[in-house]
Design a protein around this ligand. Structure first.
Ligand SMILES: *Cc1c(COP(=O)(O)O)cnc(C)c1O
Length: 349
């Protein structure tokens, strides 16, 4: 069986966890600050706040900027559903915007068309790690409409000379096992805005500000055990990304002309959270891969095809990406032979 994903965890992470056990401090200890400092450096921002998941990061980002009932937030029609769910859970309205099936990211023109007087923010996703066209998105919205980043799959990615996670007012990362840096479950919010960072720290920790609680909050903390794992992973970010680039090149070389392979704009660095190709007869390809003992999956979801978001549309770009997207096995235990096996199934289709 060739697996879809396999987190790269080893002795270093195990030793880091053992050290936390030894310290006796499992939460709110020094490993949180250490991980946060590493994340801030990696994303080239002043502040990073570690939280319990990427979804928690997105939820706090939306809450911290005061989004609530009556507000609209633009979200891609093709994304992991958490991007839209957090907007709805904050009492606001997620407004779906179509994507370009080639980049799988929101189309700036579609964003411009979807803006109303109620629009407070755009939750921009760098899908599968492909950096979104930031300047075009900034130009697409009036002043006062915030750009927030769902950079869940984009740690290490760069838009030109800027790190993903530093582009928006707030950036949101995930450390789910299918992301490049994993803590099992985990996430973080990144920002250069000190006041928002303090608000997010408070919201993460029940709403406490010192001994007072000016407003209610949640418990979205990430324990020291997981932060220690994250720090070990983060120290290897460059190597992990280089390894993914090597695997992606190996796939792309074999699959050029067979399927549409992932790409990014010139000058960008793709985060390669996943290796998602586009092809006709996607479901047949899925069946053939499974039959050959190879795990594979759809890319991600077209939200307007889920009951929770079914009233919006049409979104031909999201439909095309949803119907044609296929995530291939992508982790550094894959051998050249494995890649050859996967590619031959697709070539023989
Ligand atoms: C993984 C992911 C999320 C959710 O992150 P969790 O840590 O699983 O909560 C949200 N958005 C995108 C684009 C993702 O890839």
């Amino acid at each position: 069986m060739i697996r879809l994903a396999w987190p790269d965890l080893g002795e270093e992470e195990l030793a880091a966890v053992a050290a936390v056990f030894e310290s006796g401090q499992l939460t709110m200890g020094p490993k949180v600050a250490e991980f946060e400092a590493g994340l801030a450096e990696a994303c080239e921002v002043e502040h990073a706040i570690a939280v319990s998941s990427g979804t928690a990061a997105l939820h706090l980002a939306v809450l911290a900027v005061g989004i609530g009932p009556g507000d609209e937030v633009l979200v891609p029609a093709y994304t992991f559903p958490a991007t839209a769910n957090v907007v709805a859970m904050a009492g606001a309205t997620p407004v779906l915007v179509d994507v370009d099936p080639e980049t799988m990211n929101v189309r700036p023109e579609a964003v411009a068309d979807a803006v109303t007087e109620r629009t407070r923010a755009v939750l921009v996703v760098h899908l599968f790690g492909r950096p979104a066209r930031w300047a075009e998105l900034e130009a697409a919205v009036p002043e006062g409409v915030l750009l927030l980043e769902d950079a869940a799959g984009a740690l290490g990615a760069r838009r030109g000379d800027r790190a993903c996670g530093s582009l928006g007012r707030l950036g949101c990362l995930s450390f789910h096992p299918r992301k490049i840096v994993t803590t099992g479950e985990g996430g973080a919010v990144t920002t250069n805005d000190g006041e928002l960072a303090e608000r997010i720290r408070s919201l993460r920790h029940h709403g406490w500000r010192g001994t007072d609680m000016p407003a209610p909050g949640l418990n979205y903390r990430l324990p020291d055990i997981l932060c220690a794992v994250g720090s070990s992973q983060l120290r290897r970010l460059d190597a992990l990304l280089a390894e993914r680039e090597r695997l992606a090149a190996s796939y792309t070389e074999r699959l050029a002309g067979v399927v549409e392979t992932p790409s990014s704009d010139p000058g960008d660095r793709h985060g390669l959270q996943a290796y998602v190709v586009l092809l006709e007869r996607r479901d047949e390809a899925l069946d053939a891969l499974h039959e050959a003992g190879i795990q594979a999956q759809i890319g991600t979801y077209a939200l307007h095809r889920l009951t929770a978001y079914e009233d919006q549309g049409p979104f031909p770009g999201a439909d095309a990406a949803f119907e044609r997207g296929l995530a291939l096995p992508f982790h550094n235990r894959l051998t050249e032979e494995d890649i050859e096996r996967v590619c031959s199934v697709l070539t023989d289709l």
